[in-house]
Design a binder for this molecule. Structure first.
Ligand code: ZN
Ligand code: ZN
Length: 366
């Protein structure tokens, strides 16, 4: 494990050198965790060719000793603020030019930090650790696979339990409990369970309304593994005989998703993949009804790099894991989104969630 972490820090060191700074102050919680194995918060990592140091506080002394035995640590006293302790470490490491994560720290925090070490030259650095995190190693891919598998098992159990009396919230809670029973550490985000017209709302919170005799039920859910890797899936269950309109919308979204997945391979830009789905949905007359990006990376965070979206020029590389989730939403009617988790392989793509089919027949519930 520590070899893997040291390897990640080596990769970041190469970036630090390329950026021409003496060290990078990593303050993003997930970034620190990915680089060190530490799972707490309020802790920064100072990393440069001559320094590799965690700055934390007394609450985490034991945990850091256990999780990061081979790292130097500064435990600040309660009266010393985090930016002051970090400033002191920057000073004693003799750093003249310091990179900081400008997309993570607030303006106020940077200001505090600068006044702690007024002679240091500060350089904003953005998204560098995230870029490294986008490529998953073998163990990370295994974790995501496990997160996908447990989510699928949970869904299958829930699906068999559904009754018209169940509320959306009840279904969400049952799904979470079932995934926990199968070994998940909870959900990877707040589960969405949305019946009929509620499925048209992108960030819907499950309500206390019974699903009743709904014709469509959208469930967007994911599991968290003990290692904190995440899955993210969406299926729409169809009850009774679907109307022509529902069939048309469903088949449009599904075909858009299949086209996008077929386009995924190393060397292709994220925008090109997005265009495959978006172009098809537009051709079918629903262009204005697909108002979000096609997908996003998953890993320790539920939204990671890369982004599958228009204007996203990131080039896909082996080891990236992305969701592919086109949708068509019609206000006051409902919505269909189909979401799978896809690994970019050496020569194409592997759908990690293929054990859960999404063709329309598989979604019919009598
Ligand atoms: Zn989702
Ligand atoms: Zn998603």
């Amino acid at each position: 494990m520590s070899d893997r972490l040291a390897n990640r820090r080596q990769k970041l060191l190469r970036v630090v050198k390329r950026l021409g700074v003496d060290a990078l102050l990593v303050s993003g919680e997930t970034n620190v965790s990915w680089l060190t194995g530490f799972t707490g918060d309020s802790t920064w990592l100072l990393l440069g060719p001559k320094v590799c140091l965690l700055v934390s506080d007394g609450r985490y002394e034991t945990q850091i000793a256990e999780e990061c035995p081979d790292l130097d640590v500064v435990i600040r006293k309660p009266e010393v603020k985090l930016h002051e302790a970090a400033g002191m470490s920057v000073q004693s490491a003799g750093i003249g030019c310091l990179g900081f994560e400008s997309h993570v720290l607030t303006w106020a925090a940077v200001d505090d930090l600068q006044s702690a070490v007024p002679k240091v030259d500060f350089r904003p650095v953005s998204g560098q650790v995230e870029e490294l995190r986008a490529i998953k190693d073998v163990e990370e891919i295994a974790e995501i696979r496990a997160a996908v598998d447990v989510a699928i098992r949970g869904f299958q159990v829930i699906r068999a339990m559904l009754t018209p009396e169940m509320t959306e919230l009840h279904i969400a809670h049952e799904l979470e409990q079932t995934m926990r029973r199968f070994g998940a550490e909870g959900t990877s985000f707040e589960t969405i369970v949305a019946a009929n017209d509620r499925a048209a709302l992108a960030h819907y919170r499950p309500s206390r309304m019974p699903i009743g005799d709904c014709s469509m039920l959208l469930i967007d859910w994911g599991a968290n593994t003990a290692g904190r890797y995440k899955s993210d899936l969406t299926r729409v269950l169809l009850f009774g005989k679907p109307t022509k309109k529902l069939v048309k919308v469903y088949e449009t979204v599904r075909e858009a998703q299949q086209r996008a997945i077929r386009a995924i391979r190393p060397g292709v830009t994220c925008e090109e993949v997005d265009t495959q789905a978006r172009g098809y949905i537009r051709e079918q007359g629903y262009g204005r009804r697909f108002g979000h990006g096609l997908g996003h990376g998953i890993g320790l965070d539920i939204h990671e790099m890369p982004r599958l979206a228009p204007n996203s020029q990131t080039v896909l590389r082996p080891g990236m894991v992305v969701t592919v989730e086109p949708g068509v939403y019609l206000p006051d009617w409902g919505g269909v989104r189909i979401e799978d988790d896809v690994l970019v392989t050496r020569d194409g793509a592997e759908v990690l969630s293929q054990a859960l089919p999404s063709d329309i027949e598989a979604m019919l519930v009598d």
